[in-house]
Design a protein around this ligand. Structure first.
Ligand code: ADQ
Length: 468
């Protein structure tokens, strides 16, 4: 690549060496290649600047922030991104909040950001855009005349055509995405849905190399299943410090769930399934506990407040009905936990309980597997609706709407003989290693480098002018 790499994501890490799988992988990539990482400034400005500003550590590559007003945050971030696009992509059209202000905010922030990027991007630069906050960014950059390569990666599920009916007409995903060189998605099912959209909305043709042909344009649509920083997570989980203390405090068999408190993660049904397991377990002397760690997220959005109340009520009832003087069946922690403690909790837990209704991939499933002791591994109970289930077929796959099936899976996991646990763990771990996040970003960027939109920008402009 002769130009530089520009990564765009909503959040930008400011620490010299940020932690966390995806953020760390992008940091490592930029550290090697140099370039720019662009993300939003967490401070609101009454009158957002038209230029990007330096934020955080600048020693290995440049980090630049785009400013937003409080109205931008309300309409672009909480509004269109998280009250329209997020529910639509997670098959919850019933939770969509329609507002023209949201649409305007989304377009305003994306257009402003495109102008800001255009100022710092050279013609040879390659831009990698992350997630649903920025679907239209390539279209806005093309309109300004940027001809270089632009790739997109969607971390969440690609919506089915039927679900897109809940989007306002201004949200034209097909047109927005057709301006990227490469659309990266988590799973093969996401790719199938995206191709279906291109075919039906634009009449695009699918070519033998897997690209779609739209007029004279070629857009690559491929799956790049994301993973975790495997070696780092394994090493953290293996470190013995505190492990004994954690295990002592959590006496008995542990089932663990770790999720942002999001309605897509299926937490109420998970609690119900655990309650059902307790009710139906044959050996009443057996007293496993479910540790659910669920830090709050997007609490300004009403659907997130509702799920919090629902869970608190369910948790209270479950413990009220089942607890003994010396046993609390459900522990529900509503905050963030250090990653090294998390890794050890995963290793201690007999069962990893991951039951989203919809999830792009689900990194917790991979972290749980990576944290296990190969000599005595625990069992992953995983929703079929998580992207991770497409390849981790040796987990105990469950339907997150079926309480009975999930409760039976818990029983099966807790009773599973060592040999079967090891066989399932080995198969899952193979998949976890194959999708290591370092390799993921390398694969994506290689594919973006090799991608080529066949049409020159000038003739594309011409066509647009003629059709206008
Ligand atoms: P998320 O919806 O945030 O990500 P997930 O993939 O599970 O879901 O990643 C969450 C991360 O946060 C994990 O690394 C987890 O360990 C961490 N985490 C969660 N709760 C925590 C807590 N209490 N304390 C500390 N850490 C916690 C989106 C998509 C996913 C997709 C990822 C990456 O929704 O489907 O897998 O992006 O592409």
């Amino acid at each position: 690549m002769s130009g530089k790499l520009i990564v765009v994501s909503n959040r930008i890490p400011t620490a010299a060496t940020p932690s966390g799988g995806l953020v760390f992988a992008l940091h490592e990539t930029l550290r090697k290649t140099g370039g720019i990482w662009i993300g939003s400034d967490p401070e609101f400005q009454a009158d957002p600047s038209d230029t990007l500003k330096e934020i955080g550590d600048q020693s290995t590559y440049q980090r630049l922030a785009f400013e937003m007003s409080e109205t931008d945050y309300q309409t672009f971030y909480l509004g269109f991104a998280n009250s329209v696009l997020w529910p639509v992509c997670h098959r919850r059209g019933d939770l969509v909040q329609m507002s023209r202000r949201f649409e305007e905010g989304y377009r305003r922030v994306n257009k402003r950001l495109a102008r800001q990027i255009f100022e710092v991007a050279g013609p040879e630069d390659m831009i990698w855009v992350h997630d649903y906050h920025f679907f239209p960014l390539a279209a806005d950059l093309r309109e300004l005349g940027f001809e270089g390569k632009i790739g997109f990666f969607l971390h969440i599920p690609f919506p089915a055509l039927g679900d897109m009916g809940a989007l306002p007409p201004s949200a034209n995903l097909a047109h927005w995405l057709a301006d990227y060189d490469l659309v990266g998605l988590q799973t093969r099912s996401d790719v199938a849905r995206c191709l279906e959209m291109f075919r039906s909305e634009l009449g695009a043709e699918l070519m033998h190399d897997g690209k779609i042909k739209y007029g004279e344009r070629r857009v690559g649509v491929r799956s790049f299943p994301i993973g975790i920083d495997v070696e780092a997570f394994v090493a953290t989980a293996e470190k013995s410090t505190n492990r004994e203390e954690i295990a002592k405090d959590l006496s008995g068999e542990l089932i663990i769930g770790v999720d942002r408190l999001d309605y897509s993660k299926g937490l109420p049904n998970r609690f119900r399934a655990f309650g059902r397991y307790l009710e139906t377990r044959k050996d009443k002397e057996r007293r496993p506990s479910l540790l659910q760690i669920a830090p709050p997220t997007r609490e300004e959005v009403s659907a997130y407040r509702d799920i919090r109340f629902e869970l608190e009520e369910l948790a209270g009832r479950l413990n009220g009905e089942n607890a003994e003087l010396d046993w609390t069946p459900l522990r529900y922690i509503h905050r963030n936990i250090d990653r090294d403690v998390l890794a050890k909790l995963f290793r201690t837990a007999r069962v990893g309980f991951v039951t989203p209704f919809a999830d792009g991939m689900n990194l917790v499933a991979k972290e749980y597997i990576a944290a296990q002791d190969p000599e005595d591994p625990g069992v992953l109970v995983l929703s079929r609706m998580a992207g991770a289930a497409e390849d981790m077929t040796e987990a105990l796959l469950v339907n997150p709407y079926d309480i009975e099936e999930m409760s039976e899976a818990l029983a099966q996991a807790l009773d599973m003989p060592l040999e079967e646990r090891q066989a399932r763990y080995t198969a899952c771990m193979k998949r976890v290693r194959a999708t290591d996040v370092g390799r993921w970003s390398e694969n994506y960027l290689n594919a973006l480098k090799d991608s080529r939109r066949d049409l020159s920008w000038s003739s594309f402009n011409e066509r647009h002018k003629n059709s206008a």
